[in-house]
Design a protein around this ligand. Structure first.
Ligand SMILES: [Zn+2]
Length: 364
């Protein structure tokens, strides 16, 4: 960038300052200001934003940003870091994904100055932050009653975005432009390569997730030569543009047989659906070879409810990754993530006697 936007706002190279960007006014007329910590290295370089809670209840990222402010695991050697703990302040106040007008801020970008509340907030974030940054990382979690194994979502068909996203060092990369109106899509369209990290659940700061995302951001900054050090490489890497939710066919109560981060083979049982009285109704099996990127944490399901979110992979790839995971020690970060996320769902081994009983045919 030709202009030094942050110097014009009184933050010189080598300084750190907390600033507040006026966003809008609340219902009671209180001025709503976005708090940002701007950290500048002594040497000029790229400007990178790290944003959290664009969905106001997805606060794992808020924990990560706080960690980067209070106890950063690196010294910034070059460039500028914008640390934004909460973008959707009005949603955050109510522990809610949405804005009070029920609009989704992450479907309102780039926004306009004369549109809805969501659109106006998105416009300020676009013009004040995104358009003054070279790269961005936007941290999310699964929606309520679901959890995600940490994964990176990025447009891997774009060379700069793909290089930046791969630099994070996640095992799972899901390729796509992102939904219309999302912050990351608007940022990429403005020449600011941005990816999303999806990790864990709402309303929590989960210890292994905090560690994983902090490590990934450090990796990404090392890749941009903003931080010194060796990147921690992922234990494997699966990149795919094909994922799908396996849905329940029956109303019932689930016993899960897999946890987030598990590898699954085609036809492997994912969950047993029982009637409330315990009778086995059916076994939900995997239609493909893949990895569990997300799942419901809610055992009670209606027909059509999403149960397990699978990232597809080829059989050869799956077998290679199985071998890699067999060799990981129990205290590796990957295994700790799997263990921690599995405590959010009760996982039981699948037994043959769970197989669906033949239902008597109705007399015609
Ligand atoms: Zn989100």
């Amino acid at each position: 960038m030709a202009r030094d936007f942050w110097a014009e706002r009184g933050i010189a190279l080598g300084e750190e300052q907390e600033i507040r960007i006026p966003l809008t006014r609340s219902y009671s007329g209180v001025s709503l200001e976005l708090p940002i910590v701007v950290r500048r290295a002594a040497e000029p370089g790229p400007t990178v934003f790290i944003s959290a809670a664009v969905h106001g209840d997805e606060i794992n990222g808020t924990g990560v940003v706080q960690r980067l402010v209070v106890d950063p695991p690196f010294t910034l050697k070059r460039g500028t870091l914008l640390l934004i703990p909460v973008v959707n302040l009005l949603g955050f106040e109510r522990h809610d994904r949405y804005l009070p007008d029920r609009r989704d801020l992450n479907r309102s970008f780039p926004g306009t100055p004369t549109g809805s509340l969501a659109s106006r907030i998105a416009h300020v974030v676009t013009t004040e932050i995104i358009e003054n940054c070279d790269y961005g990382i936007d941290i999310h979690t699964a929606a309520i009653r679901r959890t995600n194994f940490p994964n990176v979502r990025a447009d891997l068909t774009d060379r700069r975005t793909a290089a930046f996203a791969r630099g994070f060092g996640a095992e799972l990369l899901l390729s796509g432009e992102g939904p219309d109106g999302s912050l990351r899509r608007a940022a990429c369209e403005r020449g600011c390569p941005t990816f999303v990290v999806e990790a864990g659940e709402t309303w929590k700061v989960e210890p292994a997730i905090l560690e994983f995302v902090t490590q990934g951001i450090t990796n990404a900054l090392i890749k941009l030569n903003m931080v010194e050090g060796e990147r921690v490489l992922p234990s494997y890497r699966i990149e795919t543009d094909t994922t799908n939710w396996v849905r329940s066919q029956e109303g019932g109560f689930l016993q899960f047989h897999v946890a987030p981060g598990d590898l699954v083979r085609r036809d492997q049982p994912l969950a047993t659906n029982r009637a409330l009285t315990g009778r086995v109704q059916n076994t939900i099996v995997s239609p493909v070879n893949g990895v569990v990127v997300g799942m419901t944490t809610m055992p009670s399901v209606a027909p059509g409810d999403p149960v397990v979110h699978l990232a597809y992979c080829r059989r050869g790839e799956l077998l290679r990754v199985e071998k890699t995971l067999d060799e990981l020690s129990d205290d590796s970060l990957y295994e700790r993530l799997r263990g921690e996320l599995a405590t959010n769902v009760t996982v039981v081994d699948w037994h043959d006697d769970f197989v669906v009983e033949e239902l008597p045919t109705e007399p015609s």
